[in-house]
Design a protein around this ligand. Structure first.
Ligand code: FES
Length: 184
C-alpha cells in the first residue's frame, strides 16, 4: 500500500460512521443553516455548509447530527454522507479540542516536514488520524495549505504556523497546553 493510501485510511478512521437516530439541531445551528439556504437555492448545495456549521458547534458530525441535517434539508442521508466522506475535514468521529492540520504536500516535504511530524509524534504521542490521550489534540494530514513559501506549515485550530522547526513545535505546543489548561 502506498504512503498516500495509508494516510487516507488513517484519515478515514476519523470520518467513519454508522447509522443511528437523529438528534435535535439547536437554534443557533438552525439559524445558520437557514442563512445558508438563503444564499444557495439548492438544498443539496447547502449540505456541506450545514455539516460545517454543525461541526463548528459540536466539534464533529455524529451520525445523529448527520441524520438531523439530512432530515432538516430533506435530502437523502446517503447523499449527505457522501459529501461528508468526500471532504476530509468533516470529522465523523470525536476529535481533540484542537485539530492539527498538518501539510505534507511537496513544498513542505522538501522543507523537512517529516522531522516536524516526528517531533509532534514524540511530543504528543499521536500519528495521523489519532487523538492524544488527554483528548487535547488530533493530528490530520492535509494537502497544501497555500503558504508554501513559508513551509513547513500546519494549522492548529484556527491558527496558521509557518517556517516550522522541531524547536518551534515544542514552543507552540507548550503554549497550547497552557492555553487549554487555563480554559479548563
Ligand atoms: S505544500 Fe505545504 S503549504 Fe503548500
Amino acid at each position: 500500500m502506498s504512503e498516500m493510501s495509508n494516510e487516507s485510511t488513517m484519515v478515514n478512521n476519523v470520518i467513519a460512521s454508522s447509522a443511528t437516530r437523529a438528534r435535535r439541531l439547536n437554534a443557533e445551528e438552525i439559524a445558520e443553516i437557514e442563512h445558508e439556504m438563503e444564499l444557495y437555492p439548492d438544498k443539496r448545495a447547502v449540505g456541506l455548509e450545514a455539516l460545517k456549521i454543525v461541526q463548528k458547534h459540536q466539534g464533529w458530525v455524529s451520525d445523529e447530527s448527520l441524520l438531523a441535517i439530512a432530515s432538516y434539508l430533506d435530502i437523502p442521508v446517503a447523499d449527505l454522507e457522501g459529501v461528508a466522506t468526500f471532504f476530509n475535514l468533516v470529522y465523523r468521529r470525536p476529535v481533540g479540542r484542537k485539530v492539527i492540520l498538518f501539510c505534507n504536500s511537496v513544498s513542505c516535504w522538501i522543507m523537512g516536514c517529516d522531522s516536524i511530524k516526528e517531533q509532534i509524534e514524540h511530543r504528543l504521542g499521536i500519528d495521523f488520524g489519532e487523538t492524544s490521550e488527554d483528548g487535547d489534540f488530533t493530528l490530520v494530514p492535509v494537502p497544501c495549505l497555500g503558504d508554501c513559501d513559508r513551509a513547513p506549515v500546519m494549522m492548529v485550530g484556527d491558527d496558521l504556523h509557518r517556517n516550522l522547526t522541531p524547536e518551534k513545535i515544542d514552543q507552540i505546543f507548550e503554549q497550547y497546553r497552557k492555553q487549554l489548561t487555563a480554559d479548563g
